[in-house]
Design a protein around this ligand. Structure first.
Ligand code: AFP
Length: 325
C-alpha cells in the first residue's frame, strides 16, 4: 500500500508542506493514542472552563489543542495558528511559510460515549507582510487553502486529506505508525437518499430549510418522489466521513436561536476544510446562498450556515433558497 509521503509527492506538494503535514499528523497520532486510553488515562469528562464560543471544554479538547499547538510551534514551518479552542491567533515562527487553522477535537461531546471524534485542519500560505500575531492574515477565502483534512478517531484512525489534487483516504497502521493510502480519489455519489441534520432544531429553521426537510420526510409520495433515511453522528467529522464514503447531505443551517450567530459551525475550523474535501471529491458545499469556499472571512471565529454533500441533493436544497428569494 502506498504511503502518505509518496501520494503527497505524486500530487506535487512542496517539500515544506509535506513536512508540515507530517508534523501535524504526529500530533494527531498522539491524540489518537490518548483518545484510545480513555477512562484509563483519566482524560474523559469536562474541564471547569468555557472556550471562546461559550462552550464548556472537554478535557480532551484542551489536551488535543495543546498537543497540536506545541508541535506546530516547534516545527518552524508555521508562522501562526488559529484554533477553535484559542481566543486569539497564536504566533509561531517568524519565518514560517504557512498558517494552520484547526478544530483540535471536533464532536468532543462524543468522547464520553466512546463515539466518533476527529481533528479538522486547513493550511494557507502565510503572507510575507504579516506579523505572526496578526489575525487578519487568516482572513482569506477558502479557495486559497493549500491543504485541508481531518483525522477521524474511530474504530480505525483515518486521515482524509486533499492538497487540491483529489481527496484521498489513509488508514493509520498502528503496527508501524504510518498512514497508508486505502482509498484514492474518493468520489461522492451525486444522488442520495440519506440526510443528516439536527431535527431537534426544526422549529428554529428558516422557511426554505423547513420546506426542504418536510419534502424529504414526505417520502416517495411527496414532491421528491423517494424515501429518505436520516443519520446524525453529532460530530461533523463523522457525518462528513459517511458522506465521503457513501454520499448523503449534511446541513447545519442558520437558525434563529441566537440571531447574532450565523449557524453553529465555524468557517475556518470546520466549514472551509470540509468544503475543500467535499469539492475535491465531486461533492458540493454551500451556505444555501453561496459557495462556502468563496466567503471572505471577517473574523477568525466566524460561523456560517452549512449544506454539503452529494451534488444533486445540495443543488436541490439550494433551489429552495433560490425560490424563497
Ligand atoms: P464540538 O466540536 O464542540 O463538539 O461541536 C461539534 C459540532 O460543532 C459539529 O461537529 C456537529 O455537527 C455539531 O456540533 C453537533 O451539534 P448538535 O448536535 O449539538 O446540534
Amino acid at each position: 500500500m502506498k504511503r502518505l509521503n509518496s501520494q503527497l509527492q505524486e500530487d506535487g506538494a512542496p517539500l515544506e508542506l509535506i513536512l508540515l503535514i507530517r508534523t501535524l499528523l504526529a500530533g494527531c497520532k498522539e491524540i489518537s493514542f490518548r483518545v484510545g486510553q480513555g477512562e484509563l488515562a483519566g482524560v474523559l469528562g469536562s474541564t471547569l472552563s468555557d472556550n471562546v464560543h461559550g462552550e464548556r471544554q472537554k478535557k480532551l479538547d484542551v489536551i488535543s489543542n495543546q498537543i497540536i499547538k506545541d508541535i506546530l510551534k516547534e516545527s518552524g514551518y508555521v508562522k501562526a495558528i488559529s484554533s477553535e479552542e484559542e481566543d486569539d491567533v497564536v504566533p509561531c515562527h517568524p519565518e514560517g511559510k504557512y498558517l494552520v487553522s484547526f478544530d483540535p477535537l471536533d464532536g468532543s461531546s462524543n468522547t464520553d460515549i466512546n463515539s466518533l471524534i476527529g481533528t479538522i485542519f486547513s493550511i494557507l500560505h502565510a503572507p510575507q507582510w504579516m506579523e505572526p500575531d496578526d489575525p487578519s492574515a487568516f482572513l482569506q477565502p477558502g479557495t486559497q487553502m493549500v491543504a485541508a483534512g481531518y483525522v477521524l478517531y474511530g474504530p480505525s484512525t483515518m486521515l482524509v486529506l486533499t492538497t487540491g489534487r483529489g481527496t484521498h483516504i489513509y488508514t493509520l497502521d498502528k503496527t508501524h505508525g504510518g498512514f497508508l493510502l486505502t482509498k484514492d480519489n474518493v468520489q461522492v455519489p451525486e444522488d442520495t437518499k440519506e440526510f443528516a441534520i439536527n431535527m431537534s432544531n426544526q422549529r428554529h429553521w428558516e422557511p426554505p430549510v423547513q420546506e426542504y426537510v418536510s419534502d424529504l420526510l414526505a417520502g416517495e409520495t411527496g414532491p421528491r418522489g423517494k424515501n429518505y433515511n436520516m443519520r446524525w453522528v453529532a460530530a461533523m467529522v463523522g457525518d462528513i466521513h459517511r458522506l465521503l464514503c457513501r454520499g448523503g447531505i449534511f446541513a447545519y443551517p442558520y437558525d434563529n436561536r441566537d440571531p447574532k450567530k450565523a449557524g453553529k459551525l465555524r468557517l475556518l475550523y470546520e466549514a472551509n476544510p470540509m468544503s475543500f474535501l467535499m469539492e475535491q471529491a465531486g461533492g458540493m458545499a454551500s451556505t444555501g446562498q453561496k459557495r462556502i469556499m468563496e466567503i471572505m472571512p471577517k473574523e477568525i471565529h466566524q460561523r456560517v450556515p452549512v449544506v454539503m454533500g452529494s451534488k444533486n441533493e445540495v443543488e436541490a436544497m439550494v433551489a429552495y433558497y433560490d425560490k424563497a428569494e
